[in-house]
Design a protein. Structure first.
Length: 174
């Protein structure tokens, strides 16, 4: 029994489910609900970002998924053997992994700072008595729109990753 591989697969798949599932949920349900709620939606978004360390949990799950994925990749490709990488199995896992890494970069460069900025503006508004200025409203609206588009892009990338990961090992006729 290969305990190392089992542990890596558990970390990889559990964190992948949390990360990709969270992004699908945000894109399909949470963000549309927030957008449909007008100004109240902004409050929900701020509360979401402050609940149970939302951004930290999502970033940690994505990071662990990728680290475990890269270790599995090293193992399954026998230390990056070109023969495996160019097989249908290898090409499909490589493509899925690369798309997930692009989604990760989008998440940490756009969503994470965006959510943190919304939280900061929300705290400033609360400290100033609860009434946002026009420029605060405009900035939050533009960040929310950017997060919505970026989350949709991440959801598409991660859906392709999940399909690649699910199918890869059967493409060599194993
Ligand atoms: C949200 C992103 C991801 C999800 C949901 C995901 C999901 C999965 C799943 C369910 C498997 C099991 C497939 C099977 O046993 O047939 C798997 C395997 C694998 N994943 Fe991912 N994965 C993700 C990202 C990545 C990344 C970024 C890499 C890095 C290159 C990667 C590398 C691998 C490798 C090498 C395997 C094969 C392991 C084996 O057959 O033992 N994955 N992945």
């Amino acid at each position: 029994m290969n305990t190392y591989i089992i542990i890596l697969r558990l970390i990889h798949i559990l964190c992948g489910v949390l990360w990709a599932g969270g992004i699908f949920m945000l894109h399909l349900f949470v963000i549309p609900a927030i957008n449909a709620s007008g100004p109240e939606g902004g409050k929900v978004m701020r509360q979401l970002s402050a609940t149970n360390h939302f951004t930290t949990v999502m970033t940690s799950a994505a990071t662990l998924n990728i680290i475990a994925g890269l270790l599995l990749y090293w193992n399954i490709s026998n230390g990056l053997s070109p023969e495996w990488i160019h097989s249908p199995y290898g090409t499909t896992v490589t493509m899925g992994g690369l798309l997930a890494i692009v989604a990760y970069i989008l998440g940490i460069t756009i969503n994470r700072p965006g959510v943190n900025r919304i939280t900061k503006i929300g705290n400033d508004i609360a400290a100033a008595g609860g009434k946002p200025t026009e420029s605060q409203v405009a900035e939050m609206t533009s960040i929310r729109a950017r997060i919505a588009v970026n989350t949709r892009n991440m959801a598409v990338l991660l859906a392709i990753t999940v399909a690649c990961m699910a199918a890869a090992r059967y493409l060599n006729g194993v």
